[in-house]
Design a protein around this ligand. Structure first.
Ligand SMILES: Cc1cc2nc3c(=O)[nH]c(=O)nc-3n(C[C@H](O)[C@H](O)[C@H](O)COP(=O)(O)OP(=O)(O)OC[C@H]3O[C@@H](n4cnc5c(N)ncnc54)[C@H](O)[C@@H]3O)c2cc1C
Ligand SMILES: *[C@@H]1O[C@H](CO)[C@@H](O)[C@H](O)[C@H]1NC(C)=O
Ligand SMILES: *[C@@H]1O[C@H](CO)[C@@H](O)[C@H](O)[C@H]1NC(C)=O
Ligand SMILES: *[C@@H]1O[C@H](CO)[C@@H](O)[C@H](O)[C@H]1NC(C)=O
Length: 501
């Protein structure tokens, strides 16, 4: 500090403000990112008796992808995560219960179907057919996994399960049942890992047959449960909590880690990165040295989807009372198809003046709306709504959607396991660097990726590894320098196994 004051004196008064706050911080552990995963890591270290850490977060608030904003007259909407998905012993469900989070069960079959002429259709039969095919696909995927067969895309798996959408109604239902859940289309997604992820969440350690999801409608925001946990770790004005600090670079070697933020330099024995896999892919943070190729192959191969909710508030409700309305788009599969009604029974608090109807877009459609102005998107949505409900509908009084993919702090919404990524890729993606930098965040969870519980559990796992290292009992880190199993046609192995039909 003395040196700094001298420096600012010699540079004159103008420069002072830029220098006074620059600090070099020494700590045992630097947690990078203050979403669910970072908070969970901080909590686990604290419970293990380790208090010598800092948490660095670029935003001025914790919670990460758990983000809510005020909308309309008097409601708050969730721009990010919305559901407690899988109940039982899911750690997120346990937190929701602990803090009495107000949630409502989602009935995915409560749907109104409307075509481009405003005609209501009956999609019951098609919905059931898709849902039966999904069940068959899951059964078959579990068999494939058990037999150690190679992965296939979810599209291939759906076809093998006998699902062939031919009409716009069937395509819309498929989009709702598949893309709207996974965040991307069945062509890109892994069949086996997708089904294993479902099994782990809904039929595994948290409990069996947990097929219920509950949507947060608590006006304190979904992030409330994470902020309350953070309050148990950080006291008021805790100097270990570095908000509004953006990490610029992470330098690591076998002796430790140096993190440079836009404000400070942090010299740590260990770091836990919780950056989204999209942030890692987009090179938003500089790694010194560059991460090795075996690790980058795993990172680049994983997928961070974009799932964008576009909210509109109207002076009155003109849409159906169902929880979901499916616009049966006649030309473009699933585009502007999945609408949700916050006026549905049990949703927004009684007596609110707001009438919120929102549509979700994913993948390319999400990228498309991000590149448009708000007014352009609003105009397209109003065109769709007029097709559904006629010209006599009011203009929205409020309009909002987040741009997850362009945001350098996120680069997308949640991860999804793509066809082509193997188990070993995932292990490489998660593998620590020199046992100094550990990787958490939802994508690093092999079984719960994509969900809040994945973020929470991956944070704990990284904290446990760091705790062991601090106790000089670092877990043995393994990675695969080269991943091989390609069997080209004509290879002896292939010929031996080939059968004549
Ligand atoms: C639209 C949407 C819908 C979702 N729906 C659900 C759902 O219904 N149920 C469910 O379980 N999950 C859902 N998810 C997924 C869930 O939100 C995530 O799995 C979880 O929040 C991820 O937490 P995390 O800590 O791993 O990452 P993040 O929350 O992304 O935390 C990482 C933190 O790092 C910070 N950061 C990034 N770069 C820097 C930098 N350079 N310097 C400093 N800080 C930085 C970010 O600001 C962020 O706070 C949804 C996500 C989205 C976006
Ligand atoms: C850290 O998290 C793990 C679960 O992943 C848990 O078993 C362990 O008890 C936690 N540590 C402490 C000290 O609570
Ligand atoms: C829709 O069709 C199903 C059978 O496919 C039928 O049981 C149901 O009554 C129909 N619903 C309406 C509202 O007509
Ligand atoms: C925390 O900091 C704020 C602003 O710097 C100050 O007003 C407040 O008194 C501090 N609270 C505590 C408990 O130190």
């Amino acid at each position: 500090m003395q040196l700094l004051s001298l420096l600012s004196l010699s540079l004159g008064v103008l420069a002072t403000s830029q220098f006074v706050q620059a600090e070099t911080i020494h700590t045992k552990v630097a947690i990078l990112g203050g979403g669910a995963s970072g908070i969970s890591a901080a909590m686990n270290l604290t419970l293990a008796g380790i208090d010598d850490f800092v948490l660095v977060e670029a935003r001025d608030v914790l919670g990460g992808r758990a983000q809510d904003v005020k909308f309309g007259n008097d409601v708050r909407i969730e721009l990010g995560c919305n559901w407690v998905q899988a109940l039982g012993k899911n750690p997120i469900n346990i937190l929701a219960q602990k803090y009495d989070l107000k949630t409502v069960e989602t009935d995915y079959s409560d749907i109104a179907y409307i075509d481009e002429n405003g005609k209501h259709l009956n999609g019951t039969k098609e919905y059931q057919a898709f849902s039966d095919a999904s069940d068959r696909m899951a059964e078959q995927a579990l068999k494939r996994a058990k037999n150690n067969q190679v992965d296939i895309s979810s599209r291939t798996a759906l076809s093998l399960a006998g699902w062939f959408p031919k009409t716009p109604l069937e395509s819309s239902i498929e989009y709702f049942g598949y893309d709207w859940e996974s965040g991307e289309d069945p062509e890109r997604a892994s069949d086996i890992y997708g089904v294993l992820n479902d099994e782990a969440n809904y039929n595994g350690k948290f409990g069996h047959d947990l097929d219920e999801d509950r949507m947060n409608i608590d006006q304190r925001g979904f992030k409330y449960i994470f902020l309350k946990e953070a309050d148990r770790v950080f006291k008021k004005n805790d100097s270990r909590l570095k908000l509004s600090s953006t990490v610029k670079s992470v330098a690591y070697d076998k002796n430790g880690v140096t993190i440079t933020t836009d404000k400070d330099t942090i010299i740590a024995d260990y770091a836990i990165s919780t950056f989204s896999v999209g942030v890692l892919q987009h090179r938003d943070v500089q790694w010194k040295p560059e991460m090795p190729d075996w690790k980058m192959e795993g990172i680049f191969g994983f997928h961070l989807t974009t799932y964008t909710k576009i909210f509109m508030n109207f002076p009155r409700q003109f849409w159906d009372d169902n929880e979901f309305t499916l616009y049966v788009n006649p030309t473009t599969r699933g585009l502007f198809s999945v609408w949700q009604n916050m006026n549905a029974k049990g949703y927004f608090p009684k007596g609110t003046k707001d009438n919120v109807f929102f549509v979700t877009v994913t993948q390319d459609y999400a990228h498309m709306v991000e590149a448009m102005t708000d007014d352009q998107v609003k105009e397209q949505l109003m065109t769709v709504l007029r097709k559904m409900y006629g010209d006599d509908i009011p203009e929205p009084t409020d309009f909002k959607f987040p741009r997850w993919h362009s945001d350098p702090l996120f680069r997308g919404s949640y991860s999804n396991w793509p066809i082509g990524e193997m188990d070993q890729h995932h292990e490489n993606m998660k593998a620590p660097l020199h046992n100094r930098v550990f990787f958490a965040g939802e994508a690093m969870s092999k079984y719960y990726y994509g969900y809040l519980q994945g973020a929470w559990i991956a944070g704990e796992e990284a904290a446990i590894a760091v705790t062991q290292c601090i106790k000089k009992k670092c877990p043995r880190a393994t990675y695969f320098p080269q991943i091989t199993n390609a069997k080209m046609r004509g290879s002896t192995v292939h010929k031996k196994r080939a059968l004549v039909v």
